[in-house]
Write a protein that binds this ligand. Structure first.
Ligand code: GDP
Length: 424
């Protein structure tokens, strides 16, 4: 049985909390795409953590955590993240790394920085963690798989092929020092030894685990609108954050995926460049940003202030659709308790018309939000333990969003902590 947690929007929907929560009843938690470029915030009995690369099951001793072949593996980041949790009292988690997973190389990170610098004003708002150069190399077939780290001859050969082009770009386009093959081989050799005991065929492991009736949880990063095909290209990421890709990036059969939990916030937040129709400027936005999340809406990886806005039903309905969600998890509902009225974006105005289907980027850039206002509930709902005990206007808000999404909302989160969840 494979359950998948993905984001409906631009990322930061609160997937980390939901994964940490559902990990309790899972045997395996798998990261299937992306790398250390986004963060999940988790607050549990050990404290508050921002995980970037580790699967969110690492706080549960019963869970086997897997870095699937679709992930961009930054070995140094992984090791330091492991140290950062174990040094705070979390027992060493069970962690497996796919031998087919590819390795984030130091020059991927450099190229990411150099390219954003070169693009200047037209930069894509990269987190500069090497993601785009990494996936470009993977699909250009000049990447390095984890299994190749353990054969020096192959590794050297692969790097020599890749470095011809890299060094040419470094010298002539970016005017930076070249990369030396010997130094790179030595660096990778030392990193490879640190992860050796965790490396295995995780695809085989997952297929066996599934056959044995184990519960497998796939953990997506970012959200639908960052998908390179279905998102707001080119303001997307470089691997697919969709549940459909989960099967590929983790290594499970699509036939085994039973539940797709699509997480969305009760308002919108977006970090990075690109069109964001509901962006709120001024004091209204500042207040929502201050009140959002567990400590304001600031990126878990970069610390960047996130743009915020009211719930975007057009974008979310689309995001939920492309995920193939079986249910929606609505988070951060408690944040809206200060408002007399809550606007919800129910359409986009463009070229004198109101549309309700999410368009492709050039049209999206010209869209203006059309709002419908719902009455607020003006109370703090943190601490409420049963859905039925929520104020009536609050329940009406949830029902309105559910109708807009067209998929049942079965879980509503009313605080950042693991236990702050209401079931419907
Ligand atoms: P992820 O990348 O989808 O895991 O999301 P992040 O962890 O980056 O962002 C979600 C933010 O919302 C974090 O600050 C969480 O601690 C916080 N959060 C999650 N659920 C809730 C909730 O129901 N209420 C509040 N107030 N904060 C929440």
């Amino acid at each position: 049985m494979v359950r998948t947690i993905v984001g409906a929007n631009w990322g930061d929907e609160g997937k980390g909390k939901v994964t940490d929560m559902l990990a309790e009843s899972s045997d395996v938690v798998v990261r299937f795409q992306g790398g250390a470029n986004a963060g999940h915030t988790i607050i549990n009995q050990y404290g508050k953590f921002a995980l970037h690369l580790l699967p969110s099951g690492v706080f549960h001793q019963n869970v086997v955590n897997i870095i699937g072949p679709g992930v961009a593996l930054n070995i140094e980041a992984l090791i330091s993240e492991l140290e950062s949790i174990t040094s705070r009292g979390v027992p060493m988690p069970k962690l497996l790394i796919s031998d087919r997973c590819q390795v984030m190389l130091p020059y991927h990170i450099d190229f990411d920085k150099f390219e954003e610098e070169r693009l200047g004003k037209s930069a894509f708002g990269s987190t500069k963690s090497g993601i785009a150069p990494f996936y470009s190399d993977k699909f250009a077939k000049v990447g390095i798989q984890v299994c190749q780290l353990y054969d020096e001859e192959i590794l050297r050969q692969r790097l020599e092929i890749a470095l011809v082009k890299k060094n040419c770009l470094l010298e002539h386009l970016y005017h930076k020092p070249q990369v030396d093959v010997d130094a790179m081989v030595a660096h990778l050799h030392q990193l490879a030894e640190k992860i050796r005991p965790m490396v295995c065929d995780t695809t085989l492991y997952l297929h066996k685990a599934n056959k044995e009736g184990k519960v497998i949880l796939l953990e997506g990063q970012l959200g639908s609108l960052r998908d390179p095909d279905h998102g707001i290209y080119p303001y997307t990421t470089s691997s697919s954050p969709l549940a459909g890709f989960g099967c590929v990036g983790a290594g499970v059969s699509p036939r085994d995926m039973t539940d797709i939990y699509c997480v969305t916030k009760a308002y919108s937040s977006c970090v990075g460049a690109g069109p964001f129709v509901v962006r709120l400027e001024g004091e209204e936005g500042d207040e929502l940003r201050r009140r959002g999340g567990d400590a304001g809406e600031f990126g878990a990886t970069t610390g960047r202030a996130r743009d915020v806005g009211w719930f975007d039903a057009v974008a979310t309905r689309y995001g939920v659709m492309v995920q193939g969600a079986t249910e929606v998890v609505l988070t951060n509902l408690d944040v809206l308790g200060y408002l007399d009225e809550i606007p919800v974006c129910v359409g986009y105005e463009v070229d004198g018309q109101v549309i309700t289907d999410f368009p492709a980027t050039p049209t999206l850039m010209r869209c203006k939000p059309v709002y419908e206002k719902l009455p607020g509930w003006k109370t703090d709902i943190r601490g409420v333990r049963n859905y039925a005990d929520l104020p009536e206007n609050c329940r009406k808000y949830v029902e309105f969003i559910e109708a807009q999404c067209g998929v049942p909302i079965r879980m509503v989160s009313n605080g950042p902590k693991r236990e702050e969840i209401l079931y419907r």
